[in-house]
Design a protein around this ligand. Structure first.
Ligand code: 13P
Length: 253
């Protein structure tokens, strides 16, 4: 059975103290996660150790990195290697967020390399894909996302692919308050699953978690997560408010 995941992406927000307090408030809610449910917190790199330690005692709660570099180690000032994440016990890493693709020119090939290093270090990548508004308006979003999947994922074998979580984040819905409709989300998630099924077979595709991201809020999470192929969400703004993210975790199937 595939995992249902509520993933917070704090992006470049909150001080250490604010982050610590936010995690504490969420933990204080004592939400019991079922066997197949996960709450994941992608926090800024300087807070990873704190977050990892704070969440360690709660079953199915995990800290995640927001990014890692596509090289194993070396003279890359300011970057973080997957091996470093592993050495502090991190088990998830967001890869290929649209903000990284856009502001840091991350290519599909580079994202493949990052995920390869994550997998070598037993870190589950949360691989982001999704189309800009111009592509949605032209109606070519399916082939656009298919290319992202093919170029970043299809060199992985079946066993590797099964460790990857996919997050569909239409760029026009990120931080805009303009959420994809449940029909739009379900349609794309089903398409992503079909693309994976064609390459890897139905069983593999059925076991991959596909999260929706883009203006997920406390008041729309339940409806979005109820879609057949939506296995939770990757949440920006609403993950910075304890009571909102608590509601979002509680909205998991
Ligand atoms: P918002 O939830 O703020 O729209 O951000 C979505 C996102 O980019 C999560 O990675």
């Amino acid at each position: 059975m595939r995992k249902q995941i509520a993933a917070a992406n704090w992006k470049m927000n909150l001080t250490y103290q604010q982050g610590e307090q936010l995690l504490q408030e969420i933990l204080d809610a004592k939400i019991h996660l079922k066997e197949d449910q996960r709450a994941v917190f992608a926090v800024p790199a300087p807070y990873l150790t704190m977050a990892g330690q704070k969440l360690a005692g709660s079953k199915n709660y995990f800290a995640s990195a927001q990014n890692c570099y596509n090289k194993k180690s070396g003279a890359y000032t300011g970057e973080t290697a997957a091996e470093m994440l592993k050495s502090i016990g991190i088990e998830f890493c967001v890869v290929g967020h649209s903000e990284r693709r856009e502001y840091f020119n991350e290519s599909n090939q580079m994202l493949f390399e990052k995920m390869q290093l994550c997998l070598e270090n037993e870190i589950a990548p949360i691989f982001c894909c999704g189309e800009p508004l111009s592509i949605r308006e032209a109606g070519t979003q399916n082939s656009y996302v298919e290319t992202q999947l093919k170029e970043s994922l299809f060199d992985f074998n079946e066993a590797q692919l099964q460790k990857i979580v996919i997050a569909y984040e239409p760029i026009w819905a990120i931080g805009t308050g303009k959420t994809a409709s449940t029909e739009q989300a379900q349609e794309m998630h089903a398409h992503i699953r079909a693309v994976l099924a064609k390459q890897y077979g139905n069983t593999v595709a059925e076991n991959i978690s596909i999260l929706y991201g883009g203006s997920v809020k406390a008041n729309n999470a339940k409806e979005l997560f109820s879609c057949l192929d939506v296995d939770g969400g990757l949440v920006g703004g609403a993950s910075l408010v304890a009571k909102d993210f608590i509601t979002i975790i509680q909205s998991l199937k």
